[in-house]
Design a binder for this molecule. Structure first.
Ligand code: B12
Length: 479
């Protein structure tokens, strides 16, 4: 029999990893599904195990950010880490593994204090974070044994069979969830839904971030999909239906709402390809935003495509308050760049930096992602990339390669014997994969990581690493 107002609990599980940092992470996919459910008449609540500003932590700053690390003023920050015993398959990785986010007891208490929901919708991030999914589902089962648990998200989509077998969920729903999640909930609760309804003509709804009691920072997802098919990336497997954009007006309205209701000023764009078709999308959005003169700090933590940065884009980004700008460079090796799809060149990075400098940024405010540990990629190549990025006066973030199930790089890694086709997703953790597949070099990779961090630290103090003899000497050890 149909009942009114089914009650749904949305859950973002813990991250379980060797390292994690809150780059304004919000589970925007889960919250979009939540928005769709709310539109269809459900009462929706949220339990985000990664919410550093949860009122349950009030006064307990140590639970928000480890005491030794000062709180940053831009809404990003460290999570509390609870060290756990490493699973057997990760025994050889010389790092401490742990659970990040709210303490276990706090989560148990929060689950117990909620009204019993009609269904629980759990999301999943990285494929290799599944132990956090299992743990939170176990907590829900403990308290609400009869309530159906549905699982979606990145892990559920890329490792569907693994999730069906091991997550503990009643139902695993791969792919985009606004419609499929709604249909599943309708079936469970008897809710009559029109799942074909798109919120006010938009291709997907704005995530229900108003569910956070304190919204210190928010994520913005203004488009879905990516026009590229880079061999290492799973974006095309996660976002079906091509490239779609929300209207500039709806994004600006979302920003104004959070600013007005919660005082949020830090917003991070998490689009796959923020600059794609920028004339029709990003630029109109930024012009609209600039006209409002809002006191915002904007962040682009995902690597942007340098050759899409022109003078106009850089100027509008400056005007609207972009503080975090990350560009993808991957590597300076032209052959490998071609193998990876040929979308970036070292020259395009140089030009992008020039455009940003002309718009008023200092190069030290800009960052570039470089990749390390690709199969067959020598450490020297990453060191050269580091030298190149630092010679431009910008910061560098080293991203360790790890193969993602379903991608071309995964098939290659399996064919090369680097990972088993049916491997535990844990061994594809980016820290683990490097340590397990390049054990004799792992120490040098760690040293290169420290060097990158030191170079970034020098830039912060106004010193260019490549103009410092001591730094150049340390880097020379890798070249
Ligand atoms: C934004 C992003 C980040 C941000 C995170 C910020 C944030 N707000 O979360 C930053 C920049 C920090 C980041 C970092 C990294 N990322 Co990242 N990131 C992404 C990205 C581009 C978008 C994720 C997202 O928000 N998608 C949008 C939402 C709408 O989609 P969604 O969450 O999947 O939700 C939909 C469905 O899954 C479903 N759904 C979700 N939950 C539920 C629940 C239910 C019940 C149902 C029914 C449905 C459902 O419905 C939703 C709406 O349709 C993805 C690529 C992608 N397109 O997904 C990569 C991606 C997730 N990242 C990836 C990687 C590798 C990384 C890094 C490890 C890179 C590196 N080497 O350093 C780091 C690790 C960070 C860490 N250790 O903390 C990989 C994942 C690899 C893996 N094995 O799982 C991806 C897939 C990109 C890739 N290379 O292919 N990332």
């Amino acid at each position: 029999m149909a009942r009114s107002a089914p009650s749904i609990l949305l859950v973002n599980p813990w991250i379980v990893d060797f390292a994690a940092y809150d780059f304004w992470n919000k589970p925007v996919g889960l919250l979009s599904v939540g928005a769709a459910l709310r539109d269809a008449g459900c009462v929706v609540r949220l339990l985000d195990c990664m919410d550093r500003y949860h009122p349950a932590l009030a006064g307990d700053i140590a639970a928000r950010t480890p005491a030794a690390v000062p709180e940053r003023d831009d809404g990003s920050g460290h999570f509390l880490k609870t060290v756990l015993d490493k699973p057997e398959v990760l025994a050889a990785v010389p790092r401490r593994w742990g659970r990040y986010g709210l303490p276990l007891e706090t989560v148990r208490r929060l689950i117990a204090s909620q009204p019993v929901p009609d269904a629980v919708l759990v999301t999943s991030g990285m494929t290799y974070w599944y132990p956090g999914v299992q743990a939170v589902i176990a907590c829900i089962r403990e308290r609400h044994p009869g309530v159906p648990v549905l699982l979606g998200g990145v892990y559920a989509t890329l490792c569907t069979e693994h999730a069906r077998r091991w997550s503990g969920a009643d139902c695993v729903i791969p792919g985009e969830g606004e419609r499929a999640g709604l249909e599943a909930v309708a079936e469970i609760t008897g809710l009559a839904v029109d799942s074909s309804r798109a919120a006010d003509g938009e291709p997907f709804p704005a995530p229900a971030q108003d569910l956070y009691p304190v919204l210190r920072s928010a994520s913005l997802i203004t488009s879905r999909g990516c026009p590229f098919r880079c061999p290492f990336c799973a974006s095309h497997l996660l976002t079906g239906g091509g490239f779609r954009t929300r209207s500039p007006e709806s994004v600006v309205r979302e920003i104004e709402t959070h600013l007005g209701e919660k005082g949020t000023v830090d917003f991070a764009f998490v689009d796959d390809a923020l600059l794609f078709r920028k004339e029709e999308h990003l630029l109109p959005m930024l012009r609209l935003l600039a006209a409002k003169r809002l006191p915002l700090r904007l962040h682009a933590p995902n690597g942007m495509h340098p050759s899409w940065i022109d003078g106009e884009t850089a100027v509008w980004m400056r005007k609207t308050g972009f503080r975090t700008i990350r560009l993808s460079v991957e590597t300076v090796n032209p052959d490998r760049l071609r193998e990876m799809g040929g979308k970036v060149t070292a020259e395009s990075l140089t030009e992008a930096v020039q455009r940003f400098v002309e718009a008023g940024y200092s190069p030290a405010e800009l960052g570039a992602y470089a990749i390390m540990g690709l199969p067959g990629q020598p450490i020297e190549e990453t060191a050269e990339t580091l030298a190149f990025v630092f010679s431009l006066g910008m910061r560098v973030s080293l991203a360790a390669f790890s193969p993602i199930p379903g991608t071309a790089s995964w098939a290659e890694a399996v064919a090369a014997g680097l990972i088993a086709g049916d491997a535990d997703p844990l061994v594809s953790n980016h820290t683990a994969f490097l340590a397990l597949t390049r054990p004799s070099e792992y120490g040098r990779f760690v040293k290169l990581g420290t060097l990158a961090a030191d170079g970034n630290g020098m830039l912060k103090k106004g010193v260019r690493p490549m103009e410092n003899a001591g730094f150049r000497k340390r880097l020379a050890e890798f070249l």
